[in-house]
Design a protein around this ligand. Structure first.
Ligand SMILES: Cc1ncc(COP(=O)(O)O)c(C=O)c1O
Length: 1003
C-alpha cells in the first residue's frame, strides 16, 4: 500500500528512473502520486524526457493497472490542447516520439510515470472567499472545457467510473461504510430519490465526455481571481454535460456554505450564469441541477466512507469532506421551489414556469370578468405619497396607492435581512414591495376579484407583518393554480372564512383592519398576486430583495392584472450596475460589446456630458450622434410636441415631412435634391446600393479598405472592416477594395496618383470581364479606418474614373455630416466633389433613430421601376420635426463655425501634446472629427494598439470618454457633441497629456 511517508521517496525513485533531476514538492492525489518538479527533465541518455527543458512540470506516478486510464487522459488532453479550451488545461508532455506514460520500477513495484505541463495559479480551495465574478468564471471554464470535450471519443471512455453520476445508484451498496448515522441517512435518502426520479430523466439527455471533477483542488485561479485552469482528468467519463456543471456547483457551494450562513444555492447562481453564457442550458438541464448536486454530495460521502475503510492514511480523501457532508445534510432531499426558480432565472428563463400562463389568463380577461376588490373600480387612485397622519393623499384621492415594486425603506431593519450579501457588499435587505397597498378606511369590505377557494386564513401579528391575512387559490382554465393574498385585515372579519371554502367573484372575504390589529399600519389592504406560495402559506414574503426582482416578479406579478387601473400601479425599478450587467448577459446578445474595462452605467446626458447613476459627469468625446448636445431641449421639445399631435407614415400629406426634405436638400449642392427618409445609416446605405443597381444596371461596388458602411447583410458585404475582420467571411466577388489613401500609413503614402492607379486597375479588371461598377462608396474622412484625411486629389480623381466607367458615387456622411467638419455642411465638400448619392445617419436626429438618402433627380427617376418604396417609420412626422430641430440648432447656435474654430485649436493643442509624447505618431482631422494615431516607434510607425486601449482607460480615469479604432485599433477618435466648450477642450488636452505620460511610464 502506498502510504503518505513513502510518497516522496517513490516519486524520487520514479524521477530517478527517468533521469529527471530537480526539486520536488509532493502534491495531493487520490489514486496517483503527484509532484511538482522544478528541474531539468532529461532522460538517462541525456535526451529530453519531455517536450521542453528546463521547466516546471508535474510528475504523476500511476499504478500499472491504470495504463488504459493514462491513455484516455493523455488522449483527452491532446484533444483539448488542439481546441479552444487549450489555455485552461495542462499539456500532456512526452519524450520526442515517445509515449506519455513511461513504465518505471520503484520500491513499491512497477509504476507508470507521466509528465504534465505546470499550470500556474492558486487552487479554489486555497483562495479567499469567491465573489460573483470568480464564480461566473468557474462556470465559464467548466463549460468551455466540457464543450471542447463534446467531440472527444476514446474506447476507454465507456468504462464504468465510480464518480460518474450516471452510476450513483451503485453507491447504495456501500452506504454501510459511512460511519456517521446522520450522514448515512442523508445520503440514503438522496440516492433513493435519485433512483426513482432523477436517473430516468438523466437517461433522456445526450451523453458526452466531461471533465467531471471541478472540485476545489482542481480549479485554478489567476491573480485577478478568474478561473484560469482545470486540472486532473482522472474522473473523465461519459455523462450528460450538465453533470459536469453539477460537480462544479457542488464544491463551490460546499465552500461558500462553509464560509457564510446565507442561502448556499444563491451563493453559486453565478456559476450557472457563467456556464449558461458559454454553453446554453435547457430548462430540463436546469431543473435537474439540485438533484444532481445532492447526488454528487451523497456520492462523495459514500466514497469517503469506502476509501477511508480501504486507505485510512490518504489525506487527499479528506479534501472537502466536512464541508460536503454538512452541505448534504443542510440541503435535505427536495429543494425549495424558490431554488428551482432562482436557477431558471440564472439561465435567463421566466423563473416560475407556469407564471406565463397565469399572466396570460389574467391579461386576457375582460374588465367585466374581474369583480372590484374594493367594491367599485379604482377610479380615483393616486400615486402621490400617502399622508399617513391625514389618512389620504395630498391630492385628495379616494384611494391611496402604495405601488408594486416600490422601495420600502421601512423594511430596512434586520428583520428583513435575507442573510445574504447584496451586490454592494452590504448585508442584503428585502425592500421591494411585491403587492399593492390600497389605503382606505378601516372596515372597508374586501372582495375577491375571481372565483376561488380559501387556501389560508391566518394571523401574522408580528410588527411589520401582514396581521390578519387571507390567501385565496384560483385556477386558470388550463388548470394552473395561482393565489391572491389580502393582508392587514380586520381580525373580526376572519372567522367567516374556512380553508377549502369556495368563494365567488365579488364575494366579501374580509374587511380592512384598524391600526390596532393590522400589524401597526395605517389602515390599508395589501393585495398580492402569487403564482406560487413557495410552500410558505401566509408567510410568503410581501417584500423582496431588489437584486432578485426578476425572480420575484415571476412569483408575484403586477397585481394590476387583478385591478385594471389604467395608469398602472408599478413603480420604476432603478437597479445598480451589477444587476443590469447580469441581466444584460442573460437577455442581450454577447455580440453587443460594452465599452471600458468597468462599463459605465449612465442615466442622463446634457450638452457634451454623460452622467452616471452616482451623478458623476463624463466628458463624452465619442458621441457624434448627440450632435447638438445630449438631450438638447429644442430637439426633445420637437419630438414631444409632434408625438402629442400625430405620428404616422409617408402615405399622407404632412407639412413637416416635406419641409424637412426641402430644408435638408437645401444644405446640399445641386443637383442633390431628392430625399428618401429612412431609419438608420445602414438602411440609408442599403437604399443607396439599390439606387445604384437601379441606375446603372450593374452590381459591382468599389469601396475603400477598412471601410464600414453598416450592419445589414447587404452592407457587411461592402464593408471590409467587417468582412475582413473577426468573424468575417472575406471579400465577396462583387466587392472591390481600393487601398486606403492614407497619407500617414497607406501603401502609397500621400501619393494620390498611385491610389488612383489602383482604382484604374480594379475598373480595368471589371471591364476585362465585361462588367461595370454600380457604385463607389466612400466616406470623405473614413472613421473606422482611423479618422483618415484622404490623400489630396484622390476623391475627385476616383469620382471621375468611376463615373467614366458607368458607376455612380456615394458619399457616406453618416459619421461626418451636419457641419461636423467645420466650414462645410458635408465632408465631401472639403474635396470639391459632388456625389450622386449622399447617405446620412447618426447626427441627423441627435439620437432619435433616423437616416436619409439624398440623390439627384436622375438617379431617383431610375428607381421608378414600378415597385413601390414604402418604409413604415422612415419619414414619420416626429422624425421630420426632430430633423428640423437639429438643423435649426446647428444654424442658430452657429455650431459649424464653432466646430471649425475649436477643431483648429484642438488640432494645434493636440499636435503640441504629440510633440512631447513619443507614443503620438500623427494628429489629424477636420473640425470636431479628429484622430490621434499612437505608435510604439515613430520612424517605423509601428501601431500601438495596446497603448491606445490603455490611454482610453487612463483618460477615462480623468473623467473623459474616448474610443480607439483603425485597422490596428491604435487611433484615438475624437468626435464629441458639437457643443463641446473651450474648457472641455482644455480638459481633453490635459487628460490626454497625463494619460500618455502614465502609459509611457508604465511600459
Ligand atoms: C460610416 C458609417 N456608415 C454607416 C453606418 C451605419 O449606421 P447605423 O449604425 O445607424 O446603421 C456607420 C455606423 O457606425 C458608419 O460609421
Amino acid at each position: 500500500m502506498e502510504v503518505a511517508r513513502d510518497v516522496e521517496r517513490v516519486i524520487g525513485q520514479a524521477a530517478a528512473a527517468l533521469g529527471v533531476t530537480g526539486t520536488v514538492r509532493v502534491l495531493p492525489g487520490e489514486r496517483t502520486l503527484n509532484a511538482l518538479f522544478e528541474g531539468v527533465p532529461t532522460g538517462p541518455d541525456g535526451e529530453a524526457v519531455v517536450a521542453f527543458a528546463p521547466a516546471r512540470f508535474v510528475l504523476k506516478v500511476h499504478p500499472p493497472v491504470d495504463v488504459d486510464g493514462v491513455g484516455l487522459e493523455t488522449a483527452a488532453l491532446d484533444h483539448l490542447g488542439a481546441g479552444p479550451a487549450a489555455a485552461l488545461v495542462p499539456q500532456a508532455l512526452r519524450p520526442p516520439g515517445g509515449r506519455a506514460g513511461i513504465p518505471v520500477e520503484t520500491e513499491i513495484g512497477p509504476r507508470l510515470v507521466r509528465a504534465l505541463s505546470w499550470l500556474p495559479g492558486r487552487t479554489w480551495a486555497s483562495s479567499a472567499p469567491h465573489g460573483a465574478a470568480a464564480l461566473r468564471s468557474l462556470g465559464r471554464a467548466v463549460a468551455r472545457v466540457d464543450a471542447a470535450l463534446a467531440t472527444f471519443e476514446h474506447p476507454h471512455l465507456a468504462r464504468s467510473h465510480r464518480w460518474n453520476l450516471m452510476t450513483a445508484t451503485d453507491r447504495v451498496a456501500d452506504l454501510g461504510t459511512v460511519a456517521n448515522p446522520g450522514r448515512r441517512a442523508a445520503a440514503a435518502a438522496v440516492l433513493d430519490r435519485f433512483v426513482a426520479h432523477v436517473l430516468p430523466r438523466l437517461e433522456t439527455l445526450a451523453a458526452q465526455a466531461i471533465h467531471n471533477d471541478a472540485n476545489d483542488a482542481n480549479v485554478l485561479l489567476d491573480d485577478t481571481g478568474t478561473v484560469s485552469g482545470l486540472i486532473d482528468f482522472g474522473d473523465l467519463c461519459t455523462a450528460p454535460r450538465v453533470c459536469g456543471l453539477a460537480v462544479a456547483l457542488t464544491y463551490a457551494m460546499a465552500d461558500a456554505a462553509s464560509r457564510s450562513a446565507g442561502d448556499p444555492w444563491r451563493a453559486v447562481l453565478p456559476v450557472v450564469e457563467g456556464y449558461h453564457a458559454e454553453v446554453p442550458l435547457t430548462p430540463d438541464e436546469i431543473d435537474l441541477l439540485p438533484d444532481l448536486v445532492r447526488a454528487r454530495l451523497a456520492t462523495s460521502v459514500v466514497m469517503a466512507g469506502v476509501q477511508h475503510r480501504d486507505d485510512p492514511d490518504n489525506q487527499y480523501l479528506l479534501v472537502s469532506q466536512d464541508a460536503v457532508s454538512a452541505l448534504l445534510i443542510r440541503l435535505g432531499t427536495i429543494e425549495e421551489p424558490l431554488t428551482r426558480y432562482r436557477l431558471r432565472e440564472a439561465g435567463g428563463f421566466d423563473p416560475v414556469p407556469h407564471a406565463r400562463t397565469v399572466r396570460a389568463h389574467l391579461a386576457t380577461l375582460d374588465a367585466a370578468d374581474l369583480a372590484p376588490v374594493l367594491g367599485a373600480p379604482l377610479a380615483t387612485t393616486s400615486r402621490a405619497p400617502w399622508d399617513w397622519a391625514q389618512g389620504r393623499t395630498p391630492d385628495g384621492a379616494e384611494v391611496g396607492v402604495g405601488a408594486y415594486l416600490e422601495d420600502r425603506s421601512v423594511y430596512a431593519g434586520d428583520l428583513f435581512a435575507t442573510g445574504d450579501v447584496g451586490p454592494d457588499g452590504e448585508p442584503e435587505r428585502r425592500t421591494a414591495h411585491l403587492g399593492v397597498d390600497l389605503f382606505v378606511p378601516a372596515g372597508t369590505a374586501v372582495r375577491t376579484p375571481l372565483d376561488g377557494v380559501v387556501e389560508v386564513v391566518a394571523d401574522n401579528p408580528a410588527p411589520l407583518d401582514y396581521g390578519p391575512v387571507v390567501v385565496l387559490r384560483h385556477t386558470t382554465p388550463d388548470g394552473v393554480d395561482f393565489f391572491t393574498l389580502y393582508g392587514h385585515l380586520s381580525r373580526g372579519s376572519l372567522p367567516k372564512l374556512t380553508p377549502g371554502q369556495r368563494v365567488r367573484a365579488g364575494d366579501v372575504v374580509a374587511e380592512v383592519g384598524g391600526q390596532d390589529e393590522n400589524g401597526g399600519w395605517v389602515p390599508h389592504l395589501h393585495l398580492q398576486l402569487l403564482t406560487d406560495l413557495l410552500g410558505l402559506g401566509a408567510d410568503v414574503p410581501g417584500v423582496a430583495a431588489r437584486s432578485e426582482l426578476a425572480v420575484w416578479e415571476s412569483v408575484s406579478p403586477d397585481p394590476n392584472l387583478l385591478l385594471g387601473v389604467p395608469e398602472g400601479l408599478r413603480a420604476p425599478t432603478p437597479r445598480a450596475a451589477p444587476e443590469i450587467a447580469r441581466e444584460r448577459a442573460q437577455h442581450l446578445s454577447p455580440a453587443l460589446s460594452l465599452s471600458y474595462r468597468e462599463p459605465l452605467h449612465v442615466v442622463r446626458g446634457s450638452g457634451a456630458y454623460l452622467y452616471d447613476a452616482e451623478g458623476r459627469g463624463w466628458l463624452d468625446l465619442v458621441n457624434n450622434v448627440a450632435h447638438v448636445g445630449h438631450c438638447h431641449p429644442r430637439v426633445v421639445a420637437a419630438a414631444a410636441e409632434q408625438s402629442q399631435l400625430l405620428n404616422t407614415n409617408t402615405r399622407y400629406l404632412h407639412d413637416a415631412v416635406t419641409t424637412y426634405a426641402r430644408r435638408l436638400a437645401a444644405t446640399m449642392p445641386d443637383p442633390l435634391s431628392v430625399v428618401f427618409l429612412v431609419n438608420s445609416g445602414s438602411e440609408a446605405n442599403d437604399l443607396a446600393l439599390r439606387l445604384a443597381y437601379a441606375h446603372t444596371g450593374a452590381r459591382d461596388v468599389l469601396v475603400l479598405d477598412h471601410a464600414y458602411h453598416g450592419h445589414l447583410t447587404s452592407i457587411i458585404d461592402i464593408s471590409p472592416y467587417k468582412f475582413d475582420g473577426p468573424g468575417g467571411r472575406g471579400r465577396p466577388d462583387r466587392t472591390h477594395v481600393v487601398p486606403m489613401p492614407d497619407p500617414y500609413r497607406g501603401v502609397h503614402a500621400a501619393d494620390a496618383a498611385a491610389y488612383l492607379a489602383a482604382v484604374d486597375g480594379l475598373l480595368d479588371g471589371l471591364a476585362a470581364t465585361s462588367r461595370r461598377p454600380a457604385a463607389f462608396f466612400a466616406e470623405a474622412i473614413p472613421g473606422t479606418a482611423g479618422q483618415v484625411v484622404l490623400a489630396d486629389g484622390f476623391l475627385g480623381g476616383a469620382y471621375e474614373r468611376v463615373r467614366a466607367a458607368g458607376g455612380i458615387c456615394v458619399a457616406d456622411e453618416v459619421q461626418t455630416g451636419f457641419g461636423r467638419v467645420g466650414s462645410a455642411w458635408w465632408a465631401f465638400e472639403l474635396h470639391g466633389v459632388v456625389p450622386d448619392v449622399v447617405t446620412l445617419g447618426k447626427p441627423i436626429g441627435n439620437g432619435h433613430p433616423m437616416g436619409a438618402v439624398v440623390t439627384t433627380p436622375q438617379v431617383a427617376r431610375s428607381f421608378l421601376t414600378g415597385m413601390e418604396y414604402f418604409n413604415t417609420f422612415g419619414g414619420n412626422p416626429v422624425s421630420a420635426r426632430v430633423g428640423q430641430a437639429v438643423l435649426d440648432v446647428v444654424v442658430d447656435e452657429r455650431l459649424r463655425a464653432h466646430a471649425g474654430r475649436l477643431g483648429r485649436r484642438l488640432l494645434g493643442d493636440l499636435r503640441a501634446v504629440g510633440e512631447r509624447h513619443p507614443l503620438v505618431g500623427d494628429v489629424r482631422g477636420a473640425g470636431l472629427f479628429l484622430g490621434v494615431e499612437l505608435v510604439t516607434d515613430r520612424t517605423a510607425r509601428t501601431p500601438a494598439g495596446a497603448a491606445a486601449a490603455a490611454v482610453v482607460e487612463a483618460v477615462k480615469r480623468r473623467g473623459v470618454l474616448l474610443s480607439s479604432d483603425g485597422p490596428d485599433h491604435n487611433v484615438l477618435k475624437i468626435k464629441p457633441p458639437m457643443v463641446l466648450s473651450d474648457a472641455d477642450g482644455d480638459l481633453l488636452v490635459r487628460a490626454l497629456d497625463e494619460a500618455l505620460t502614465e502609459v509611457e511610464n508604465s511600459v
